[in-house]
Design a protein around this ligand. Structure first.
Ligand code: SF4
Ligand code: SF4
Length: 179
């Protein structure tokens, strides 16, 4: 593999697979319930044991939502490319770390490497990831629906309801839980 294969045309955003209706509907849910979601997540942050609800809800969400129908995270936000990610990905692609950085990454305000532009240059038109086996840790962990971070960072989780349909499946169930 070499960097060349990722020189995709700038108009690629126009030819990504459109979202099926169920994905669009679930993302719309996030906008509709944004205030309730933030209120719930802030309460849940200080509630002991609430994270025990997550594994089942995570499984349920990803039975309903197929990432290959979506790709929304890869189209609209960037993972951080930490040093071990950069090492692993450049090895996977067979290119120098400096070339990976120079060609695809920039430093954000927090000093983390992120993609220069969204959609992510490694996202294929069919929503698969060109570097799946070497993808950044952030990509593997997103959307944190099976992690304590889901409640630890309520504002981030609330932002993710605007991006990720699976988060909205989880939030829909959680909103009916009495805290
Ligand atoms: S590296 Fe792969 S999984 Fe991560 S944002 Fe890019 S396309 Fe998506
Ligand atoms: S993790 Fe969420 S936003 Fe990303 S592709 Fe899967 S369903 Fe879509």
């Amino acid at each position: 593999m070499c960097g060349k294969r990722f020189n995709k045309p700038q108009y690629k955003v126009l030819i990504y697979k459109p979202h099926p209706q169920y994905i669009a509907d679930l993302i719309a849910e996030g906008k509709l319930h944004k205030k309730e979601n933030i209120a719930f997540l802030k309460k849940a942050k200080i509630k002991k044991g609430v994270e025990r609800l997550l594994p089942d809800l995570h499984d349920e969400a990803f039975e309903k939502v197929n990432c290959l129908d979506c790709g929304n995270c890869c189209r609209s936000i960037s993972p951080r490319f930490k040093t071990p990610d950069i090492k692993r990905i450049s090895k996977f692609l067979g290119i120098k770390e400096s070339d990976l950085i120079q060609q695809y990454l920039r430093l954000d305000n927090d000093g983390d490497y992120v993609v220069k532009n969204s959609p992510c240059p490694f996202l294929n038109f069919d929503n698969t990831c060109e570097i799946y086996d070497a993808r950044p840790g952030d990509c593997a962990n997103y959307p944190y629906t099976d992690s304590g971070d889901f409640f630890k960072y309520p504002n981030t989780t609330a932002e993710n309801t605007l991006v990720c349909p699976a988060v909205n499946v989880v939030m829909e169930k959680l909103r009916s839980v009495k805290l």
